[in-house]
Design a binder for this molecule. Structure first.
Ligand SMILES: C[S@@+](CC[C@H](N)C(=O)[O-])C[C@H]1O[C@@H](n2cnc3c(N)ncnc32)[C@H](O)[C@@H]1O
Length: 194
């Protein structure tokens, strides 16, 4: 693990993460996806191995795009979700933001980034979502920080108030909040008409 590791330590823990990842939260993503147009384009930021989120979205018939800067994660994603379009790159510089999407998910990802990078990714997302498009991301509602148990790196939620301000500046609005069986919080966001 070095400072130039674009995956912030995730490539090195890919096998352990795969063994530990449960289905918790899949029901939230599935319910959220029912708001999207049939066959719409969906971007999964920090897609990991694609299990369980990518496989669930692909099974619903969406045109799925996955990005992850960890080579081992994206290799597994390509095997697990062969119908998706995948790229090994971080959200901060992803070329996929040049496309337009009906939905974007970022599960267990945004809070891994430094605060300025989180703000930049939210702004890029605002430009990539079609009007009425939806964005679902997980993060604690309160501003807080902690050490990730697998990578040992710092994670930080900016909290609902700051996320709300960043979303607003990006042309996005908080539509709903959800909590999964593991007590993880989700922000369900809609792109305002331009
Ligand atoms: C906790 S895992 C979540 C994986 C997947 N979203 C899931 O729900 O199973 C975090 C993922 O974010 C990826 N990641 C780390 N830094 C990232 C960045 N700057 N941009 C996009 N993804 C990143 C990691 O490689 C890892 O696969």
């Amino acid at each position: 693990m070095t400072d130039d590791d674009a995956s912030a330590g995730w490539d090195a823990v890919a096998d352990r993460f795969t063994a530990l990842r449960s289905d918790v939260g899949t029901d939230i993503v599935l319910g959220w996806s029912r708001q999207l147009p049939r066959g719409g384009a969906v971007l999964d930021i920090g897609c990991g191995t694609g299990v369980p989120i990518g496989t669930c979205l692909a099974a619903q018939g969406f045109a799925l795009f996955g990005i992850d800067p960890a080579p081992r994660m994206i290799d597994a994603f390509r095997r697990n979700v062969p119908e998706a379009t995948a790229s090994c790159e971080p959200a901060e510089t992803s070329r996929f933001f040049g496309r337009r999407f009906d939905g974007v998910v970022a599960i267990g990802v945004l809070f891994l980034l430094p605060e300025a990078a989180q703000a930049a990714v939210i702004a890029r997302m605002g430009r990539a979502l079609r009007p009425g498009g939806r964005f679902l991301f997980s993060a604690p509602r309160q501003r807080c920080d902690w050490r990730d148990s697998l990578t040992g790196r710092r994670s930080q939620s900016l909290g609902e108030t700051t996320y709300g301000d960043l979303l607003d500046a990006a042309g996005l609005a908080l539509a709903a909040r959800h909590r999964d069986a593991g007590a993880n919080d989700y922000f369900d966001v809609v792109a305002r008409p331009r």
